[in-house]
Design a protein around this ligand. Structure first.
Ligand code: KIV
Length: 276
């Protein structure tokens, strides 16, 4: 079993192997994804919505991220674990950025960190790479900027926006990132970026020409229905399966069908007599 490392990302692009990435936020799910052979697991700050029930990712703290990244890392042997840096954990100063990313690596056991943005945070990305912390970039729809963007909208549809995303991708490559997530941008723009840089692009709502794909696990398993973006493909309907199982469980308790003999423990009659 060869570990999937940051070097494997670059090699995958060179060799035409499409990189598979999914989010996970807990040990059991991470272990299942690992057993299924996913290349990389992102502990996304999307956990704020799908695990903690917040409306956005903005409320997620560094402590939340460390807590969930630690759990995921325990379930993983081969895949590369990426921990998301939460809102404002990399904006104040270079020093604070390195300290916060360092905690995700040292305490959370992440192999790498992900930051949203381009030119405006390039000094932080360069400093992290210098500090030997592998960085995954994130361009296009960057959910931590939801209030600046005025909602979750496709990005890069006009010339100025598209040019900015292309320029940012090149800056991130020059700063030394090992991959760039491209979220919610037109397929042709994602194709142009993927062909213009040597680091792999990981698409989410960015079409099939990216060098890999990522989805939020709750979305692709049909476990989170508050918001279903167009780019999500549901590979299972676990939400319905879970509800059906719980309805059966509640019904069987009422009917005395569960637990059965095979689920119970025995004690000998002599001992029982002494208890009355
Ligand atoms: O937080 C997250 O899950 C992400 C993915 C949507 C790429 O950033």
């Amino acid at each position: 079993m060869n570990k999937f490392t940051t070097a494997s990302f670059i090699k995958a692009k060179e060799e035409g192997h499409k990189i598979s990435m999914l989010t996970a936020y807990d040990y059991s799910t991470a272990k299942l994804l690992e057993e299924a052979g996913v290349d990389s697991i992102l502990v996304g700050d999307s956990l704020g919505m799908v695990m903690l029930g917040y409306e956005h990712t903005l409320q997620v703290t560094l402590e939340d991220m460390i807590h969930h990244t630690k759990a995921v890392a325990r379930g993983v042997k081969r895949a590369l674990v990426i921990g998301d840096m939460p809102f404002l954990s990399y904006h104040v100063s270079v020093e604070e950025t390195i300290k916060n990313a360092g905690r995700l690596i040292q305490e959370g056991n992440a192999h790498a960190v992900k930051l949203e943005g381009g030119k405006e945070i390039i000094d932080k990305i360069e400093a992290l790479v210098k500090a030997q912390i592998p960085v995954c970039g994130h361009l296009g729809l960057t959910p931590q900027s939801v209030n600046m963007m005025g909602g979750y909208k496709v990005q890069g549809k006009d010339e100025a926006q598209a040019k900015k995303i292309i320029e940012d991708a090149k800056l991130l490559e020059a700063a030394g990132v090992f991959a760039i997530v491209l979220e919610c941008i037109p397929e042709k723009l994602a194709q142009l970026i993927s062909e213009s840089i040597n680091v792999p692009t990981i698409g989410i709502g960015a079409g099939k020409y990216c060098d890999g794909q990522v989805l939020v696990i709750q979305d692709m398993l049909g476990m989170y229905n508050n918001l279903t973006p167009k780019f999500v493909k549901k590979y299972a309907d676990l939400g319905s399966s879970i509800k059906e199982a719980v309805i059966s469980y509640c019904g069987e308790i009422q009917e005395g069908v569960f637990p059965e003999k095979k689920h119970t423990f025995t004690i000998d009659d002599e001992t029982m007599k002494k208890l009355y």
